[in-house]
Each structure stands twice: as C-alpha cells, then as structure tokens.
Design a protein around this ligand. Sequence first.
Ligand code: 3PG
Length: 309
Amino acid sequence: MAKVLVATEKPFAKEAVDGIRKVVEGAGFELALLEKYTDKAELIKAVADVEGLIVRSDKVTADVVEAAKNLKVVVRAGAGFDNLDLAACTAKNVVAMNTPGQNSNAVAELVFAFMLHLTRNGFSGTAGTELKGKKLGLHAFGHIGKIVARIANGFGMEVYAFSPSLARNPELGKEHGVTAVKVPEELYDKCDIVSLHMPANADTKQSINYGLMNRLPEHGIIINTARKEVMNEADLVRIMNEKPRFKYATDIAAGNHAELVEKFGTRVLASTKKMGAQTSEANVNAGIAAATQIVNYINKGDRTFQVNK
Ligand code: 3PG
C-alpha cells in the first residue's frame, strides 16, 4: 500500500487534513502526518518509507530527497516552489509539482488587509487616506495579481500591472481591468502602492531595489506577500530613511525586521508567521488538490503541474 506523508511545519486547518485523508485513503493509500515539527531530522526520519509527500513552505532539500528512498512524487501545496530542490528531485526521478491558483484568493484578501492597515495608520484613529482613486501597481500578474486587480477595481483604485507576458500583449490587461506597463520602472513611476506577486528565483531575488523604490512617491507603499528574498533589505532601510512617509507591509518578515521596526516603527508591518495562504478555504483547496495530484500520478502517471521538467 502506497504511503503519503503530509509534512507541515505550519499545519493545515483540520478540514483540509480531513479532506486530504479522504482522498488518500479513498484511493487505498495510507496517510501519515508530521505537523509542527521543529527539527529537520524529524522530516528526514518521516520520509523514509513514503511514495508521496505533501508540503507547504517546508524545505525539501537534497538530503530529504536522498532519505526518501521510495519517493515518487512531492507536491508543494501552494504556488511558490522555491522550497523544493528540483535538481535533487530530478536526479532521483521524483516528480515535483505545485498547486497553482488554489490559495490565491486568501493571499489577495490579505493584500487589502495590509493596505488598509497602513493607509489608516494602524487603526490608530488619526486621519489616514483612502484607497479610492489611488494608483495600485501589480508587480507580476499571475493568479493572485488578477484577484487583487478585481478587488482593487471594486475599491475604485486605478490598477496598473507589469509582467513579461502583459508587456508582450498589453491587451490581456484590459479583460482584468488593468493597464499594462512595459517595464517595472513605469509601474513604480506611476503608482502610489505596489503589491509584489513574483516568485523567488535567480531573476527576481533582490530585484526590488533602491532604483525601483525611489520611483515611488514620498507616501509610497510596498506590500510584499511574495517572498522576502525579492526585496533588497538594505535598500528598503535607505528608502525609508529618505522618504519619511514611505511604508512597508509583509507576511514574510524581512531579515532585518527588528532594525526596520526600531528605526521606522508603525511604518513597517509584518505578521508573526507567513500567513497569506493561511485560511481554511485555501488549505482545503491546496491540500485536496495536492492529494488528488499524488493519487493521479501514482495511479495514472498524470504529470499535470509538474515543475521539474
Ligand atoms: C505559496 O507559495 O503558495 C504561498 O506562499 C503559501 O505558503 P504557505 O503554504 O507556507 O502558507
């Protein structure tokens, strides 16, 4: 009987685990759970006899893949798969997948929680500003960016977006109520608020730098629900020093978060845990999609959503 392990340092909601169990056991497989583990050794031990592995942001490094002697498929229940060592998976003939789009709504809603918190001065009772009429820039335009655009249009914001595909085909933006720009610089020149939605990879790491941020106005805001690695953190300190009304909110605290808070107080906001996708609905969607993909791969060889091709 094939064994599937759900290894989540940050556990799914109970409804999601129940749904995963139904799919996995319904296919005649065994389900094992490793939740809230604190040591990588626990993960290494738990993967020893599994054929399928479901993770969230948990790091599936080469030693984890090496220890998982029977592993056939690993699914990152979520969008970003920068936590999977794809080369190690490929070398061991392990199929790696993600579940694109399944947790996007949760992340998009959190963007607005951050935006409102910052523009209303942390709900302190002092006069803030409204979103209506403000210009919002979406840096990358995948599943999350499109939902953010829809909600932003509801607030009466003017929405701009940059992504390589939009730059090639600006007409695509129209159906989502956004104006496509050709280069990222144009987004930062035009907008009051920029929301980041790109993956972390060699092209995007450290890409949100002084040159870009300095194009935003004095009262500029950056919302980062993408990855902390895309920010140039030293440049963020510099810009916040130079623009005393500049604000930053994120659900993945910067490496220098303590320094940012000490220097800039409530102009910086970070949740204690990464929580963009942390809703029951998102957990159910991504968790069940992951379980279904594992069953379909093991039973039928279905490689839809494979990312290590
Ligand atoms: C994603 O890439 O899907 C999100 O960042 C969610 O990450 P999480 O599953 O660790 O909450």
